[in-house]
Design a protein around this ligand. Structure first.
Ligand code: SF4
Length: 353
């Protein structure tokens, strides 16, 4: 009975107070829904909207995305972070064209096997595109359920996550008339994004406040249990801004690992001699233009401390040219798929000193 009430209350609330005009709503196109779900992972709605609209304008369907080069896709993704999402998006589009004749599969089991699509994303696609009765459990939903049912344990742990999945499935509306399942799933997402927020949840206007364990016990700020504390490791690197007239040297990163497949400034460990490295690797003699303050860039599991060095080519000693390297204008570089710290450096005054 409690479960029945939960979904009824949420559906009613969503219809009256939920979000209805996000660009990826009011469509049953699995491609558009998939794109929005991937972009929204670990990223706020406000950030996603311009990227989503631009992406859809360039690649309106699976086929057009599959025909794009990975470089073009990553250039459009540039600045959104978590670049493996962009790479997987491209890989999946190619797979759908080659294995499913360009049609998005309908079965959740098949969707879940595609690169970059987890259980919750697959469920959201079949709910919103096909109206299927499936449970979603993204970060926002985990927070709502953990608070509402007083679930102890960090949701990233297998045991706690399994418990939350069980809850999510039990809570699904029993019938799927009048688009109930879509309204219910949207309600959970909307509640997590607008009411049961990570900090300062608006419990006063929450439709499921009466039965909420966290609210009853004044533990909204204690649940869900946070990730066990681990000091953030700091890694260090030197980024070389090597300039030749009005061009800068970029290198493509290996396909896997951080910023995989993106164009980046050449990097060396802090212990390496810059002049010797440039001579041996690029066949150039360089002059140090100026020292630039270090920049910290946060990843989920570590912090990258970047020491940028602004360098000018004095002479070409030998002609060493390797694939995966490119001399390009600053404007050209800014059009490419480059990570945010590199973009910031290119936009800084240091680039021209
Ligand atoms: S009452 Fe507060 S803590 Fe409980 S679900 Fe609603 S917003 Fe979240």
């Amino acid at each position: 009975m409690q479960h029945l009430k939960f979904s009824v209350q949420l559906i009613r609330w969503q219809r009256a107070h939920g979000r209805h005009q996000l660009p990826w709503q009011n469509t049953i196109d699995p491609y558009a829904i998939w794109l929005s779900e991937i972009m929204l992972q670990q990223t706020r709605v406000i950030t996603v909207i311009p990227y989503y609209l631009r992406f859809l304008r360039c690649y309106p369907d699976v086929k057009s995305l599959s025909l794009a080069s990975l470089d073009e896709v990553l250039a459009l993704w540039s600045g959104l972070g978590y670049y493996s999402r962009g790479r997987n998006l491209h890989k999946t589009a190619c797979l759908i064209v080659s294995d499913y004749h360009g049609k998005f599969p309908r079965k959740i089991e098949l969707i879940q096997q595609l690169p970059g699509i987890g259980r919750s994303t697959a469920a959201a696609i079949v709910v919103f595109a096909y109206g299927k009765r499936c449970a979603i459990l993204d970060g926002n939903v985990k927070r709502v359920l953990a608070r509402h049912f007083g679930v102890e344990g960090y949701p990233g742990e297998k045991k706690t996550e399994a418990l939350l999945w069980k809850k999510a499935e039990e809570l699904l509306p029993k019938n799927n008339v009048k688009g109930n399942i879509k309204a219910y799933s949207q309600a959970l997402m909307d509640l997590g994004a607008t009411i049961c927020t990570r900090t300062k949840p608006k419990c006063v206007v929450c439709p499921i406040q009466r039965e909420c364990v966290a609210f009853q016990e004044h533990r909204e700020d204690k649940l869900p249990i946070p990730r066990p504390y681990k000091p953030l490791v700091i890694k260090e690197t030197v980024m070389l801004m090597i300039m030749r007239r009005d061009e800068i040297l970029l290198e493509r990163r290996p396909p896997m690992g951080i910023w995989g497949g993106l164009w980046c400034l050449p990097e060396i460990p802090t212990s390496v001699n810059i002049s010797l490295y440039c001579a041996q690797r690029f066949g150039i003699k360089i002059k140090l233009l100026c020292h630039i303050p270090s920049i910290d860039h946060a990843f989920t599991h570590f912090k990258l401390r970047i020491y940028p060095r602004s360098l000018k080519v004095v002479s070409q000693v030998s002609a060493i040219s390797q694939s995966g390297q490119k001399w390009t204008s600053f404007n050209g570089a800014l059009e490419m798929g480059i990570p945010t710290p590199v973009r910031n450096l290119l936009n800084s005054n240091y680039s021209y000193r």
